[in-house]
Ligand binder design. Structure first.
Ligand SMILES: N[C@@H](CCC(=O)N[C@@H](CS)C(=O)NCC(=O)O)C(=O)O
Length: 218
């Protein structure tokens, strides 16, 4: 069976679990405890030289890394339900929202970046939180405007792009979870983002993938 190397609170693991659940793919989990630096154990580094979760081993024994590459592989091998709309412009817009999270918000709040701020730049927890929330707020402001451009009304909402979850929701929802659970941001400030968070809370695939529902949660 396929195996996901994951950490319950990792946003990139979380987004991969959501995509796997939406596609209905069965897999086992191996927990990599980031707080114990298990991502830097030689055994894990042999799977992913970057020392980052997630890593995914397919049924055929192929190891895939980088959550967006894993999710693209899933989309290509399990096309139903689709995570991207059909229209090329709509696909680009959904990818833009997904990448606003995956490329422009998430990396700046990653564990190794925050550890570096603490160690090399002498930041205390307040300084680290100010850094992380600066980039989340900035990103959420922009995404809220990008969502205003989405065809929610005509397609019946409530997701980033119409009536079904897409890659944009797969990436956005874990970032919302991090914003609220780690930094207590009040997401009601961003009306559409709050609405998507509520839709996710009621959706079985998002529920199954939720950090608090994982075997390694604590
Ligand atoms: N671009 C990578 C980022 C992966 C990543 O940053 N994973 C984090 C957890 S969300 C991690 O493993 N951090 C460990 C560390 O910083 O040492 C992906 O999308 O898979």
């Amino acid at each position: 069976m396929a195996t996901l190397y994951t950490y319950f609170r990792s946003g990139t693991s979380h987004r991969t679990r959501i995509a796997l659940a939406l596609k209905g793919v069965a897999y086992e989990q191996v927990a990599i405890d980031l707080t114990a630096s298990a991502q830097r154990d030689p055994d894990f580094l042999a799977r992913n030289p970057q020392g980052l979760v997630p890593a995914f081993v397919t049924d055929e024994g192929e190891t895939l890394t980088q959550s967006m590459a894993i999710i693209e592989w899933l989309e290509e091998t399990h096309p139903k339900p689709p995570l991207l709309p059909q229209d090329p412009v709509a696909r680009a817009k959904v990818r833009a929202i997904a990448n606003a999270v995956a490329c422009d918000i998430h990396p700046l709040g990653n564990l190794r970046v925050l550890q570096y701020l603490r160690k090399e730049y002498g930041q205390d927890e307040a300084g680290v939180a100010a850094w992380a929330t600066r980039w989340i707020r900035d990103g959420f402001h922009a995404i809220e405007q990008m969502l205003a451009d989405s065809p929610k009304g005509s397609l019946g909402g409530p997701w980033c792009w119409g009536k079904d979850p897409t890659l944009a929701d797969v990436c956005l929802v874990p970032q919302i979870y991090a914003a609220v659970s780690r930094y207590a941001l009040d997401i009601r400030y961003w009306r559409r983002i709050a609405e998507i968070d509520m839709a996710a809370a009621a959706h079985p695939a998002f529920q199954i993938a939720h950090p608090t529902r994982q075997a390694d949660a604590r």
